[in-house]
Design a protein around this ligand. Structure first.
Ligand code: FES
Ligand code: FES
Length: 175
């Protein structure tokens, strides 16, 4: 079956069995190996990507379900400015806070964290509530290295940075 998708902002066409996993098509056909396989059965979150703006476990998605839709992987998280790549706030925060060690969980965590930050899900939460909420929102992403604390720190840091930037932009627009 011919499957047409927008992947990280580019139109892609793949010829694949409709039942192949999106995870495999991304890694094997499109060479987007940033998305990792952990459990292969929807438990660990290592394979998380965004499908039409919703985070999904790509090991549980048949590629036929993606025809005509938009997929974003960790390779598409950074913004391109001319020939420069500007990392997403969650990527820099994960590095800065030490929220990545072996790195297997990191692409999936980065995709979920970006979703949390961009949808401003921590807006109006105090620090204690935000910590609890981040742990709940990342409950589907298993990390065997970090003990989660540094990942939680990174998400909170990225959320406050993105919130600050949005408020600054809004105040510049206000006459
Ligand atoms: S590899 Fe998909 S959830 Fe674990
Ligand atoms: S950094 Fe190793 S599993 Fe999370």
């Amino acid at each position: 079956m011919k499957i047409e998708m927008n992947v990280n902002g580019a139109a892609r066409v793949v010829e694949a069995s409709p039942y192949r996993r999106l995870l495999d098509v991304l890694r094997e056909d499109l060479r987007l190996t940033g998305t990792k396989e952990g459990c292969g059965e929807g438990e660990c979150g290592a394979c998380t990507v965004s499908l039409d703006g919703e985070t999904v476990n790509s090991c549980l998605v048949a590629v036929a379900q993606c025809h005509g839709r938009t997929v974003k992987t960790v390779e598409g998280l950074a913004a391109q400015q001319g020939d420069k790549e500007i990392l997403h706030a969650v990527q820099t925060a994960l590095v800065r806070c030490g929220g990545a060690q072996c790195g297997i969980c990191t692409p999936g965590i980065a995709m979920c964290a970006a979703d949390i930050v961009e949808r401003e899900l921590l807006h109006d939460q105090d620090l204690q509530q935000a910590r609890v909420m981040v742990r709940e929102l990342l409950a589907g992403n298993i990390c065997r290295c970090t003990g989660y604390q540094l990942i939680v720190d990174a998400v909170i840091e990225a959320a406050s940075e993105v919130g600050l930037q949005r408020r600054e932009r809004a105040s510049r627009r206000t006459p």
